[in-house]
Design a binder for this molecule. Structure first.
Ligand SMILES: NC(=O)c1ccc[n+]([C@@H]2O[C@H](COP(=O)([O-])OP(=O)(O)OC[C@H]3O[C@@H](n4cnc5c(N)ncnc54)[C@H](O)[C@@H]3O)[C@@H](O)[C@H]2O)c1
Length: 338
């Protein structure tokens, strides 16, 4: 082969490789470390067996799907949320579809805002199973209301629930993990913990606070390499989050939630959470495009990201006022995993 031909081939390969990588990135639904872990890393089916996993917000959405997928891995489960009948329903489904027996699942009603109950709840788990391997801080609520129209009670409720409730439960479980020198504290944060959007200023504040808290806690636990502090940042995912969102008044929820079907399938989000848990990933972004790219923009080019968020923000408010889901900016095709 002549040198000219070889050079021409090389000149063609480089842009081709670039285009292939660009297409792969545009189809990505997780950050690159997470997708690498999915491809080459440890499987949840090997790593997460024989563990005691405590999941808050287990009665709905991401938490509910998480316990269904965990129940197939042979772990012991603690299901927490406020409504005991909903937790009993979830337990029945875990037993029907998973590999667990009744004694492997503890239904433990818990209100994250009732901080005085967290110590007793932690003791109840330890009495039942003798250890807590993984705490999944998942329970929480979102917000759909403009700051100027929103009562301060809503901001207080969001901080009490999403931030202080999570911090309180973590503080109850932490001494046990420190004593054993092992454990995983996995917190379902949100892309709204990385950047902010209109209609959710209180929610964003609570999730930013959680990110700061857990990143700080991780540095304090540097002498305990067996304890993982993992922050999961999902973008829009199918669940009841919008239906349960707080509005401008702490006693009201939304009347019209709009179509949620364009969002990432709950099962896909949860599979990626399990992969991150199996591979001890500390920060994980899970989102379809274009939301994932917006997170990258915020991380690496904040000035452009602010400009773009102002443009998209107007559309978000318009969508909300028109009774659509706030994040339905474009007609987004359903993900390949649905
Ligand atoms: N669905 C999304 O688009 C999305 C995106 C990013 C982050 N998240 C986060 O995922 C987590 C789970 O939300 P989801 O989407 O499954 O919503 P969801 O409304 O379907 O589920 C929320 C769960 O939290 C529980 N909860 C609410 N208030 C509680 C309280 N006071 N005490 C105890 N439990 C309480 C609910 O009972 C429910 O089980 C939340 O932390 C949310 O911020 C969701």
């Amino acid at each position: 082969m002549s040198w000219d031909l070889l050079l021409w081939l090389l000149a063609l390969c480089v842009p081709l490789a670039f285009v292939v990588q660009l297409v792969r990135f545009l189809r990505a639904d997780g950050d690159l470390t997470l997708l690498w872990a999915e491809w080459q890393g440890r499987r949840p089916e090997w790593e997460l067996t024989d563990m005691v996993v405590w999941v808050t917000g287990a009665s709905s959405g991401i938490g509910e799907e998480l316990v269904y997928q965990l129940s197939k891995l042979g772990v012991s489960l603690v299901l927490s949320a406020r409504r005991v009948h909903e937790l009993e329903r979830v337990k029945r489904r875990c037993l029907e579809n998973g590999n667990l027996k009744g004694k492997d699942i503890l239904v433990l009603p818990l209100d994250l805002t009732d901080i005085s109950s967290h110590e007793v709840a932690t003791k109840a788990v330890l009495q039942e199973f003798g250890k807590i391997d993984i705490l999944v801080n998942n329970g929480g609520r979102s917000q759909r209301s403009l700051c100027a129209e929103t009562s301060l009670d809503v901001y207080k409720e969001l901080i009490d629930l999403n931030y202080l409730g999570t911090v309180s439960l973590t503080k109850c479980v932490l001494p046990h993990m420190i004593e054993r020198k092992q454990g995983k504290i996995v917190t379902v944060n949100s892309l709204m913990g990385i950047f902010s959007a209109p209609l959710s200023s209180g929610y964003c504040a609570s999730k930013h606070a959680l990110r700061g808290f857990f990143n700080g806690l991780r540095t304090e636990l540097a002498t305990y390499p067996g304890i993982l502090v993992s922050n999961i940042f999902p973008g829009p995912v199918q669940s009841n989050i919008v239906k349960n969102a707080l509005t401008n008044d702490a006693t009201q929820t939304l009347c019209n939630v709009g179509d949620q079907s364009y969002k990432m399938a709950t099962s896909r989000c949860v599979r990626l959470i399990l992969i991150s848990m199996a591979n001890d990933l500390k920060e994980v972004w899970i989102a379809d495009q274009p939301f994932l790219s917006v997170a990258y923009l915020w991380q690496y080019t904040p000035t452009w990201a602010m400009w773009l968020t102002n443009k998209l923000g107007k559309k978000r408010i318009e969508n909300f006022k028109n009774g659509l889901d706030a994040d339905s900016y474009f007609k987004i095709r359903k993900t390949k995993h649905d």
